[in-house]
Design a protein around this ligand. Structure first.
Ligand SMILES: *Cc1c(COP(=O)(O)O)cnc(C)c1O
Length: 394
C-alpha cells in the first residue's frame, strides 16, 4: 500500500489532507516525492522557524541523540535549564518556565497556574473564571477547546470544565469581570481567528486595569512567539509585562515543545504539575539551538531586513490584486490578506499549491502567511512571482 492508502486505512479522519507527500526540505523550499519544488510560506503552521533541515539545528539534535534522549524530570536536565535561561533572558522578563509538549499543554499549564493563584490558604478555589476572546484559539484538549472562543469547536465534546467566558472584544472584557475572575487570556495577534492584531493602546489599558484588580494577564504566544512578529515575543512589541506567557510552535523549530513561563515563580510545589516528556534532552536541545540561531539572526539585522522585504512584496502583491483581496493584516512574519470571499480563498490556496507555493487559511476568509523566519529574498521572489501568476489566472 502507498502512503495515501495506509493513511486512509489506519489514521483517524481529523485532517482534510492535500494530496502531496513531501520528502525533503531546505530552508523555505520543499520537494515532494515526484521531485516537484514548492516554496513553503507556512512553516508547517508556524513551526519551522529556522527553516527545513537547518544545519545548526539538525547537527545539535543528532549530537544530542547520540548521547542521551530522555531520562525523566526526577533528575536535573542540563539542556532544559539552558533552554529556560535562553527563553527567559531573551524575553527580558523576570520569569520561570515549565516545559510541556504542545501549545494546548502549555495553555493547560497556564490555566492551572491561574486556578492555583485563585486558591486561598485553605485550598479552596475562590477565583477561577478566565475570560478569553471571541475568535480566539487556545488548543484542542477538553479544557483548551473550551477556552477557545469559537463555539463551533465545542460540538460533541461536553460537558466541559466550568469557568470560561468569552468577550466580544477588548472593551467587553471589563463588563465580564466579577468576583470569580482570576485571569484574562489573549493572543496579541489572533492566528487561527484571522491574523488580527489587537490594538496596542487598548492592550496597555487592559494590562493596567487587570493589575489594579489583581487579575492575571495570560498571553498565548504559541503562534506569535519566537520572533514571528519581528520581536522575540509579541508582548515585547506591545511593551506589556504579562503574568503568564505560553510558547510552542516555532520554539522547537519542528521538535514538539510547549513552554509556560510566569512571573509567579513560586506558584507550584512538587506534585502540582508535571510531564513525562516535557523538556527532555531532545526537545530542550532544540529550544537552545533555535533561540540561539534566531538571536544571532536578529542581532545581525537580517531578520528585520527580511521581515521588511517580505512585507514589501506582500504589499505589492496586495495592491496588484485588489479585485480579490480587501485588506492586508498581521505583523512581521505573521501576515494575512483578507479575501473577498471564501471560495476565492480556497481557489487561491489550491491553485497556489499546484503552482508550487504553500499558503494557509485563517478564519473564514483570510489568506495566511507564516514563512520560515530564515526565508531568503530569492525564495520570497519566487513565491510571489508564482502567486501573482496563480491569482492572475482566474
Ligand atoms: C496552534 C495554537 C495552539 C495549540 O497548539 P498545539 O501545539 O496544536 O496544541 C494554541 N494557541 C495558539 C495561539 C495557537 O496558534
Amino acid at each position: 500500500m502507498d502512503t495515501k492508502e495506509l493513511d486512509q486505512k489506519y489514521i483517524l479522519n481529523t485532517y482534510a489532507r492535500a494530496d502531496v507527500e513531501f520528502v525533503r526540505g531546505e530552508n523555505a523550499t520543499l520537494y515532494d516525492k515526484n521531485g516537484k519544488k514548492y516554496i513553503d510560506l507556512t512553516s508547517g503552521i508556524g513551526v519551522v522557524s529556522v527553516g527545513h533541515s537547518n544545519k545548526r539545528l539538525s547537527d545539535a539534535l543528532c549530537k544530542q541523540a547520540k548521547d542521551i534522549l530522555h531520562i525523566s524530570n526526577l533528575y536535573y536536565i542540563t539542556p532544559q535549564a539552558q533552554a529556560a535561561k535562553a527563553v527567559v533572558e531573551t524575553s527580558g522578563y523576570d520569569m520561570k518556565c515549565f516545559f510541556a509538549n504542545s501549545g494546548a499543554e502549555a495553555n493547560e499549564g497556564a490555566i492551572k497556574i491561574a486556578r492555583k493563584y485563585g486558591t486561598d490558604k485553605d485550598g479552596n478555589i475562590k477565583r477561577y473564571k478566565i475570560i478569553t476572546l471571541d475568535h480566539s484559539f487556545h488548543g484542542r484538549t477538553i479544557t483548551t477547546v473550551k477556552a477557545t472562543g469559537q463555539v463551533d469547536m465545542h460540538n460533541y465534546f461536553g460537558p466541559f470544565p466550568d469557568g470560561f467566558v468569552y468577550a466580544k472584544d477588548l472593551d467587553h472584557i471589563k463588563n465580564l469581570v466579577d468576583d470569580h475572575t482570576v485571569a484574562v487570556m489573549i493572543e496579541l495577534v489572533q492566528g487561527e481567528g484571522g491574523v488580527e492584531p489587537l490594538d496596542r493602546q487598548k492592550v496597555k489599558e487592559l494590562e493596567r486595569f487587570l493589575k489594579e484588580k489583581d487579575i492575571l494577564l495570560i498571553v498565548d504566544e504559541v503562534q506569535t512567539g519566537v520572533y514571528r512578529t519581528g520581536e522575540f515575543l509579541a508582548s515585547n512589541l506591545y511593551e506589556i509585562e504579562p503574568d503568564i506567557i505560553t510558547l510552542a510552535k516555532g520554539v522547537g523549530g519542528g521538535v514538539p515543545v510547549g513552554i509556560v513561563m510566569t512571573r509567579l515563580k513560586e506558584i507550584f510545589s512538587p506534585g502540582d504539575h508535571g510531564s513525562t516528556f516535557g523538556g527532555n534532552y531532545l526537545s530542550s536541545t532544540a529550544v537552545v539551538e533555535v533561540v540561539d540561531i534566531l538571536n544571532d539572526y536578529k542581532k545581525s539585522g537580517k531578520l528585520d531586513e527580511i521581515k521588511e522585504y517580505f512585507n514589501e512584496k506582500l504589499e505589492d502583491f496586495f495592491s496588484n490584486n485588489q479585485d480579490k483581496f480587501i485588506k492586508k493584516v498581521g505583523i512581521g512574519f505573521m501576515a494575512g490578506l483578507r479575501c473577498k470571499d471564501g471560495d476565492t480563498l480556497t481557489n487561491v490556496i489550491n491553485k497556489a499549491r499546484e503552482n508550487g507555493v504553500m499558503v494557509l487559511k485563517a478564519g473564514r476568509n483570510t489568506l495566511r502567511f507564516l514563512p520560515p523566519l530564515t526565508i531568503t529574498k530569492k525564495e520570497i521572489d519566487e513565491a510571489f512571482d508564482s502567486l501573482s501568476n496563480t491569482v492572475g489566472s482566474f
